[in-house]
Design a protein. Sequence first.
Length: 93
Amino acid sequence: MEKAVRALFPTDLPKDIAQVVTPQTTWPTDFPFPAGFFLRKDETTDSEFYAQPRINIHHIDDPAIAALTDYYTSVIQSYSAGNTSPQLGSQSE
């Protein structure tokens, strides 16, 4: 990443790179969020939070779960049938 930035600015990088990348943007002088705005509802450490399995928590909706289930089922069946390189992204009939 640094090489790419250096290619854009072969000499010293400007002190305020954000103004170079987004010159029309006006940045706030004060932090725009109240104290505690980014606190989590559960401040338990991540290791404690994830120590117990979480049941029935889904990060995608039911149709997406069904689509992924169908896809992985077809991939597993393809491997079981001896095809060691199923085409990713294709649908088995």
